[in-house]
Design a protein around this ligand. Structure first.
Ligand SMILES: NC(=O)c1ccc[n+]([C@@H]2O[C@H](COP(=O)([O-])OP(=O)(O)OC[C@H]3O[C@@H](n4cnc5c(N)ncnc54)[C@H](OP(=O)(O)O)[C@@H]3O)[C@@H](O)[C@H]2O)c1
Length: 259
């Protein structure tokens, strides 16, 4: 265990960062922010061509080294090998990873169709665990690095309008809490990011959105949170107060609300 190794500061130049789900609205902005700070990047996305285009754009724009890999979050059996390949791409310089894969799904459909419900849970929880397991083991063996994962405020309390997605994110947040507890002892930082509503393809055209933040603002917050080795961060920060209020509503009253 290399306990004496200096902490990796993703906001400063140096080290390769693995960006999982790089073509997402938020994660594109994260990739730009990391490249702007001088990080070389390994990017994974579901769409190979789109991920390669993003990698080429970042390379030209910021003069960093980038690699692109295709990765399907639902092909669980490939994850250990894919992560191994990503680690190899980093050529011994892996500073850490940011994971932003997610699927909101159609909640009304998920209430009727258990396969839609399963897809929501598989994408937001199972896939994250099968991807993070080999990554966590690698970083733990190195005794340094970081994992930063996008969960959601939706996981803080189940609401009738999105409780399947909320349940998956709640499971993810609990998993990250335990992983942080385990990896703290080997010098690896685990950061849980809880965004509120963000203006991306995920929320486009959806009803009931308020205080919607631009992805660039969230990306700056993510890189700052990792840089400061934060444990749990709400983005924008005012969501911490909103969720404190929502969590404190007694269940007897909460069940009567239409949220
Ligand atoms: N937008 C919000 O209001 C909000 C709020 C709280 C938390 N979040 C979380 O933030 C993260 C990023 O979301 P976003 O807002 O940027 O939305 P997004 O643009 O829809 O991003 C979702 C990402 O997940 C990827 N993905 C979904 N299913 C996949 C699969 N089977 N295999 C591989 N990749 C898959 C998508 O790939 P493609 O690019 O190929 O579609 C995309 O990169 C997610 O974890 C989301 O749950 C978002």
């Amino acid at each position: 265990m290399n306990v004496g190794a200096p902490p990796v500061r993703p906001g400063k130049a140096g080290g390769v960062v693995l960006v999982l789900g790089a073509t997402s609205g938020i994660m594109r902005a994260v990739a730009h922010e990391l490249a702007r700070h001088g990080h070389d990047l390994v990017l994974t996305g579901r769409d190979r061509a789109e991920t390669e285009t993003l990698a080429a754009d970042l390379r030209i724009r910021y003069g960093v080294r980038t690699r692109a890999r295709q990765l399907d979050a639902l092909a669980f059996e490939t994850h250990a090998r894919e992560i191994e390949d990503c680690i190899d791409d980093a050529e011994g310089q892996l500073a850490g990873a940011v994971l932003g894969i997610g699927y909101l799904g159609e909640h009304a459909r998920a209430q009727q169709d258990s396969l839609e419900a399963r897809r929501i849970v598989d994408t937001n929880l199972t896939a994250c665990i099968t991807l993070l397991t080999p990554l966590a083991n690698h970083l733990e063996a190195n005794g340094r690095g970081f994992l930063c994962v996008l969960s959601s405020v939706a996981g803080d309390r189940g609401r009738q309008s999105n409780y399947v997605y909320g349940a998956a994110k709640a499971g993810l947040s609990a998993y990250l809490s335990g992983l942080r507890n385990r990896l703290h002892h080997s010098g690896v930082q685990v950061t849980t990011v809880l965004p509120g509503f963000v203006d991306t393809a995920m929320t486009y055209g959806k009803e009931g959105m308020f205080l919607v933040a631009p992805p660039e603002r969230i990306a700056r917050g993510i890189v700052r949170a990792v840089d400061r080795r934060r444990d749990v961060v709400y983005l924008p920060g005012f969501w911490r107060g909103i969720m404190l209020v929502i969590r404190s509503i007694p269940e007897a009253l909460f069940k009567r609300l239409r949220l």
